[in-house]
Unconditional design. Structure first.
Length: 328
């Protein structure tokens, strides 16, 4: 039986349904069932409809690479064959490197938890890369620093991360502690969707297990951290949507030690706002902030109001974004 639009809206709200998706429905969609993709595999997908998880059928000449965990789709209520995908509010995707195609990471994510750790693996340049990724995708970034319970000076890690972007929320937690749930509660309420990114070994899967709690799904496998370099084993191999104890949803992603950026100019403008705002003051409209006379950005470096290391990292990410080649 088809789901009336007015009823399905309320029934699907706990799954993350919003007016953004509601407004895309037409009269022709009255006979279709709204579903949210909760797992994408190589040859099949599953989706959620209320409390039910169903196998989704693909239409002819389509494959799972066209869909992301978190997508909203409309399907035949009897056969569960997809009719169409609704437009995404936000999309996290990794551009292909070389011959590799673009990889869809997660869709319709409200908040991206950028997970780092308070140890030798803490890296400002890596955090900036993830921030540009989140900004460009249209999702709110929050930096989550784990292993704060084992670190001396966790507040200094937090201070350095917070300085990377204006208005950036940065929290420090013990990913295994239930207190982490309370710390992250502002972003994990009923119907909210969060995703996690970060390099291997920082505690992403451990944090997912803590947020999900004991219940609905099998916990993610976690790996130990190698002694000496604070780096961990890559243990998460697929993406999936998990119900959190607070009523929201979390999407775990495979450990990503490096993230290639391409065409993320808007994300970089937000991240490096202090450079973006100085640019109109430069003498030349196409100033590269490298050697040109009358450059307001170089003047800021000279008078000490702009960190030269920050400018150097901006140059590298800007060049990578423009060329599509990973900067060194």
């Amino acid at each position: 039986m088809a789901f009336p639009i007015d009823q399905s809206f309320e029934r699907l709200r706990p799954l993350g349904w919003q007016s953004f998706f509601q407004e895309q429905l037409s009269e022709d969609d009255l006979a279709l069932s709204p579903l949210r993709i909760d797992a994408v595999h190589r040859a099949r997908m599953t989706a959620l409809s209320g409390q039910e998880q169903v196998e989704v059928g693909l239409p002819p000449r389509s494959d799972t690479s066209e869909y992301a965990v978190g997508d909203w789709v409309l399907a035949d209520p009897l056969t569960r064959v997809l009719s169409r995908r609704l437009e995404r509010k936000a999309l996290l995707q990794r551009p292909g490197d070389g011959q590799r195609p673009t990889q869809l990471v997660a869709a319709n994510v409200d908040t991206l938890f950028i997970v780092g750790s308070c140890n030798a693996d803490f890296n400002l340049a890596r955090l900036e890369r993830y921030l540009a990724f989140a900004n460009d995708a249209g999702t709110e970034p929050v930096v989550v620093l784990t292993k704060a319970d084992m670190a001396d000076g966790a507040q200094e890690y937090q201070r350095q991360a917070a300085a990377l972007q204006r208005g950036l929320a940065v929290v420090t937690i013990n990913a295994r502690s239930e207190e982490a749930v309370d710390t992250l509660k502002p972003w994990c309420g009923a119907g909210a969707t969060v995703a996690l990114v970060g390099s291997s070994g920082v505690g992403k899967s451990t944090l997912v297990n803590t947020l999900v709690g004991k219940g609905w799904r099998q916990p993610q496998l976690t790996g130990s951290v190698r002694e000496g370099d604070s780096k961990g084993r890559h243990t998460t191999t697929s993406r999936s949507l998990h119900a959190m104890t607070g009523g929201g949803w979390v999407i775990d992603t495979p450990g990503v030690r490096s993230l290639h950026l391409k065409d993320v100019g808007e994300g970089l403008d937000i991240l490096f706002a202090e450079i973006t705002e100085l640019t109109p003051q430069c003498k030349f409209r196409n100033c590269t902030h490298d050697h040109e006379p009358g450059c307001a950005v170089l003047a800021a470096v000279a008078n000490g109001s702009l960190d030269p290391d920050r400018l150097d990292r901006w140059r590298k990410l800007q060049a990578e974004s423009n060329s599509g080649k990973r900067s060194r």
